[in-house]
Design a binder for this molecule. Sequence first.
Ligand code: ZN
Length: 142
Amino acid sequence: MPAQIGKTENGNALHYSVGAIIKLQGKYLLIDRAIKPSGFAVLAGHINDGETTEHALAREVEEEGGLGIASAKLVWQGEVENNWCSRGIGIHYWNVFECETTGDPMLFTAEAKSIGLYTIEEMKKMPFDPAVLYWMKKLHIL
Ligand SMILES: [Zn+2]
């Protein structure tokens, strides 16, 4: 599925992405990415051509974690540079949500090695996907 492509103010190509911050039992749900960008990340992905942000969020959360969304609150939006994806685009415009979910998390994607729940203390020692780390810091989670 082609990812939606836009342009920065300077005319550079960008992709649009969604990220889902999900807290269960007081811990954060993360996957260990098997493909680039590697590192631990929240459930996240591209917004496809013709897809709404809300649909992309629901799709990624289901595809990567087997969860439904009960409610979602937009907590951060912005461009992240030096954020290269496997499709050769280096800038992503992120829409980050805090989500309440339904169901039990399960790993469904070949794009990740594992899925798990982690405390802030554990997360501080883990290698993160740089873009996710960037906005987790902006949100003062890490
Ligand atoms: Zn991309």
